[in-house]
Design a protein. Sequence first.
Length: 415
Amino acid sequence: MKKANPSGRCGSFGIALRAVLGCLLLCGVGILCGCWDNAEINGRAFVLGFGVDAVDNPVSDGDDRYDFTFQLAVPVSGESDEAGAMEYMDCTVTQRSPAAAIRLLERNLGRQVNFEQLNLILFGEELSRQSFIGLTELFFRRASVRRQSSVAVCRGSARDFFAVGPDTHAIATDASVALQNYDGKGRSDGVTMNLHSLFKVLSNRDEFYLLRMAAVTPDDVENTVSTGLAAHDGEKPRMLAIVGAAAYGRSGGYRGELDGEEIECLRLAVGRQTGGMMKTVDAKSGRTAFYQIQQSDCEVKCGVEKGIPWFTLHWQVRCMPSDIGDIFYGSGMSENPSASDTEQMLEETLTAQFTALTEKSQRELGASVLGLQDLTRQRMPDWYEANEEQWETLYARARVEIRVDCTPGGGGITR
């Protein structure tokens, strides 16, 4: 009978141990080599703003090409100064789709085009009155881009809008901040749209609107919402301004425009607001007064009567006077106006503004910019599902009652 060979077992174990240690050593060397899938930052171009315009001179009536403008931040190799480490440039590519434009841009730049910093998607004025929603689908697929990218339209072309910015700065970043701060929401129930909220309303087939921006001179800010200095073009400084909004129907079709005064009223109308200035006009004298908004809230009730929807909108607004001299003191009064006089003027003014906006949405736009369609879908789902295809017609015939309660705070410190 043969005995086991202990030395043979030890030899096999030693060979296996050496093999394992060799593999661990190779893995360690691989780790020291760094991340294999990392891309050199100097080989990238970061897109901060993306704009789309209709082609001025199409080849034929069936030509569906667009001018795609990319506002880029390009790292400059070898620059130690932080201010000079990034170069800003605009590149415009004419193609049939965003994917084709990106491919052509990468080929000509010799860099990887990165969209992680994209914060503004902008559509030119001519294209904003056409069908353009499908051009945003590529960016919606990128999870990191959906919630951070504001979507807006502009006056004139998107290409010219981006060109206003200086070489040392990107106007896309300033415009995105201005849009996001306009009402602090960036949701489907806010005034400003981001890419995620846009696709939410489209999937629900809700009506919506997009703010319209422009780079204007200080002499041209009447009836606009100025949002900050944009650039200096050598003659006059340019300012970013929200000049209105474009309204769209359930299928994304263009319905009409809202001006600067109407979107200010709209901002107060869509939910809560705890800041901003409110303008009021005396019906008899036509004089104006301004009030600082402290709190606003809107309660909406809805129902159906004889197959036609009805709505009751009740606003409760708390505010304090900021400038009332034009109305009250200009008429010879030497004391502060009474609370009842102020309340009556505020309520009459706001009621007239909300009524005018509602009637315009029913008669002219055919789109419930106050969000009444979405509210109807949520509160009366069975009725809405049965009448969804007739919504525009039914909304135009709907009864909408406006009620405003204003509570003015203290004021008149110098009086």
